[in-house]
Each structure stands twice: as structure tokens, then as C-alpha cells.
Ligand binder design. Sequence first.
Ligand SMILES: *Cc1c(COP(=O)(O)O)cnc(C)c1O
Length: 416
Amino acid sequence: MSHTQGSTDAPQHAKMNQFAVAGNCLQIGGQSLPDLARAVGKTPFYAYDRQVMNDRVKTLRDALPPGVHLHYAVKANPMPEVVNHLAAMTDGLDVASANELRLALATGIAPGSISFAGPGKSAEDLDAAVASGVIINMESAGEMQRIAALAESTGIRPRVAIRVNPDFELKSAGMKMGSGPKPFGVDAEQVPAMLEAMSSLPLEFMGFHIFSGSQNLRPQAIIESQTKTFELAFRLSQSAPSPVRWLNIGGGLGVPYFPGEQHLDLSPIASNLAGLARKAAQQLPGVEIVLELGRYLTAEAGIYVCEVVDKKVSRGETFLVTNGGLHHHLAASGNFGQVIRKNYPLCLGNRVSGDTLELVNVVGPLCTPLDILGSRVSLPVAEVGDLVVVFQSGAYGLTASPVNFLGHPHPGEILV
Ligand SMILES: *Cc1c(COP(=O)(O)O)cnc(C)c1O
């Protein structure tokens, strides 16, 4: 396939071979992309392929040591059909708002398999979490007191875990969430005092949630972080009011988005984790280990599709103007946490290869120079009506985008 090939010595995108190509068209959920676009009834749209998610879950299950539970972090893609599908495939869900909690409960999974994290949980969030019996990942001592007050007034004994801000950092994570001063969790050094205070409160202590970062593509860094996570949990367990029954080690597994990035090699991570799980079985007998993944489960299963509405040349550069852009897919435009803008992998979904390639800029309809989907991308010669596909779009896509900006129509969304 010839998506986004620049000059030969420039770094290339990893191969996007999760989708077949037939008749020069990308195949999604067994359908040719132009047919799928007709079925959706409009462009732009997001499409998520359940078979790609199934394959990903199977790969993880085959690699991970038995006993490590796999959770899905709903915020990566909260489309109800996707949440339902992954609830059935995984061992639990992680939510970060009362709305996500309702989505998770509506799947019918046991409340004990749902955990609720997030700094600044509102009174309504905590009410809903306590009433439903999910595990609450407490982000501060103040939040613990608010949950204890709810326990007194409702007579319910809430299940709680402490979210720990670790004293180490996940190296080269795309988004760092641990160590240093952080709004997330309780500093590791403050946890023993919080555990001490907990022993006189009507709370059911479950364990710890230690999440140190996201979008990591370096196995060695992930191994180091997971090893330190278990060491920290073993250390903190000595101050716990009751045995640690639940240890959520976060996620952090990355997917390749940009030129030069490679698919993660799971095998060294899995074998290190097997050793850690054996240690945990000795040091924390009966503990349930949870790996919570968002993007690793959904990102590669999703594409964003928009249509070329105009093609023009400006001072020597060719522009494909599409009906999709930043308002639907902030991350692909480079405005969701990127310092230097890089291209997501793109292709023309109805014209995957071509004898002649041309260098184009793929832009959206918004009146802002930020509305870029591809900068100087080499694609087969495109025509108005062609379907531009942005790969790796199944996580942090639609719900992480400012859909009302400029008032264009919202995109479609389909699970196939
Ligand atoms: C966002 C988040 C995740 C998922 O991160 P991914 O990079 O999508 O895997 C997991 N746990 C918590 C607490 C999160 O906030």
C-alpha cells in the first residue's frame, strides 16, 4: 500500500495492515469503503471495526500472564456500541465521569468490575458511584472524607482504592501522568497517612491504582515502570488497613501514529509482567491485577473518513479541501497535545494505490490555518469525491474534538 510515502529516506509510517484492500478500496468490517460510506449515508464519519478490536484483545490475552485482568478505559472511545462490545470482551471498565459510569452500568457488567477515577469528582459523581457499588479510585484525602460522609448517610460501605501519584515517571510516555506535583492521585509519600486515617472510616479498602503515563512505545520503559509500580504497591501495602485485593497498574501501551514509530513488541512486557504477577501472588495473596487500556484496544480499529470537496493549487502546492477536519478530529490536526505537528497515516480509501503519486496538503473546511489533516502527504492523484481515510482514529477522536466549532454538521459514527 502506498499511503503517506514521502521521499525514500524519510521516516515512514508503520504499516496499516489491520484492514484488507480489495479492488483498490479499503475494506472495513468486510465492506468496501465506498459501500460503507453509502450505508452510513453521509461523510464525514468514524468507523470502528469490531474484528480488529477482537484481534487486539486476543493478542493481549495470548501474551499476558493468566490472572492479569484486562479493563477498557471508556474515555478512549465512549461510543455506546463500542463500550458494549468491549465490555463483553474484557474483564471490566474504567470510567471517569458519571455519564461514563451510566454507560458502563448499562452494559450489564458487575459494578465490582467497574472503577471510577478522576480528580474533582462532584457530589453527583460520588453519589452515583457509591450507590452503584463500583470501585472508587480516590484522588485525595478530602475526597476520602466526602465518600466517608456519604457512607454514613447512606449506610452503604463504598469500595475504595487509592490512586497513587508515583514517585517515579514513565519514561518517554506521550502524556505523563505520574510523579512530580500532579492533580492526579495522592503522592506516594502521603499514602501511608491516608491509609492510617482510613482504618477508622466505614470504607471497604480494595487496593491501589497506579497509573504513570500513556502512549508509550518503548518496551524497556514500560517494563521499568511496571516493575516500579509493583514495588511501590508492595511497599504501600505494609501500611494498609486490610489486605490489598485489587491492584490497577494502569495502561500506557502506545500505538504508532507518526512516521518512524513502530508497533509495540508485547512479548518482553508480557514476560516481565508474568514475573511480577508471580511475586504479587506471594506478597499480596489473592490480589486481582488489572491492566486498564484505552487507546491500545480501540485506536487501530478506527478510521475517520472525509470527502474531497475541492482541489486547488496555491503557489505551487496542491490542496485537497475536505468536508472533515479539526472540528471532528482534533488529534489528527495536531492540536491535541502535539508540540510539533506530524501527520497521522492517511490514504485514499477508494483509490489506495495509484501509478502516479502527488504531494498534497489535506485540509478541512474551517477558516483557520490549524485545520490540517495532512501536510505534504504523498497520495495517488485525487479527485473531488474521493474518500480520505485517517488511520489510527479509534481513540480520542470524536469525543476529544470541538464539534461545534464553526457550526459544520457533526460526523456519523458506526461500529461494523
Ligand atoms: C486515560 C486513562 C487511561 C487510558 O489511557 P490510554 O493511553 O488510552 O491507554 C487509563 N487509565 C486512566 C486513569 C486514564 O485516565
